[in-house]
Design a protein around this ligand. Structure first.
Ligand SMILES: [Cu+2]
Length: 199
């Protein structure tokens, strides 16, 4: 909790990764309050922190998602507004491209990390990018925090920072946690490049 209290300070964000400087350059952060896209080809390391702009179907910003690499996964925190009330599928998708004009199909399928079956309730699953549905109240806001243990920002087969990057996608409908390949969650209504493609 304390980490997130200080997270809005860009100095604190840089301090979170100094031990990894020999492994890779830490992600650069300007002012954390500025909406900042993941940098193309930016290396990531264990302990990395990413702030990414979430855009809606109209291409406009709905707020930010913050990812913090942890020893067991990635802590995901959202601060969004303007979403429709209700439950929404909430996944990492396999490509770091969010083109609103193409209804975010550019983000590809779910980030799977080798798991071929989708769904929290399905044997052989879930995809690394599968996460519980996000619940938005009547105010249209989504302030949520969760730990995804199926992914990492560090190197390896579970890395969101792979060659084609990764995106966070929010869907119009809830994920039913079992329908293949994506939980029957409907249209993609918001998208954030959490790791840009390497080139
Ligand atoms: Cu999805």
């Amino acid at each position: 909790m304390n980490r997130f209290v200080v997270m809005i300070s860009s100095a604190a964000a840089v301090m979170a990764v100094p031990a990894l400087a020999d492994q890779a350059k830490p992600m650069k952060h300007g002012s954390a309050m500025k909406h900042e896209m993941a940098k193309p080809g930016a290396p990531m390391a264990q302990g990395a922190m990413v702030h990414a702009d979430v855009i809606g179907a109209d291409g406009k910003s709905m707020g930010m998602v913050m990812l913090q690499d942890t020893p067991t996964g990635v802590l995901v925190k959202t601060d969004l507004k303007g979403l429709p009330a209700g439950e929404h599928g909430f996944h990492f998708h396999e490509k770091g491209m969010c083109d609103a004009a193409q209804k975010f199909t550019t983000a590809g399928a779910h980030f799977a990390a080798g798991k071929m079956q989708h769904g929290l309730m399905v044997a052989g699953g879930p995809h690394g990018g599968d996460m519980p549905n996000a619940f938005v109240g009547a105010d249209g806001m989504l302030k949520a925090e969760l730990l995804n243990t199926g992914v990492t920002l560090a190197a390896g087969p579970k890395s969101l920072a792979d060659a084609d990057g990764s995106a966070l996608v929010i869907h119009a409908k809830p994920d039913d946690y079992k329908t293949q390949p994506s939980g029957d969650a409907g249209d993609r209504i918001a998208c954030a490049v959490v790791a840009a493609p390497k080139k």
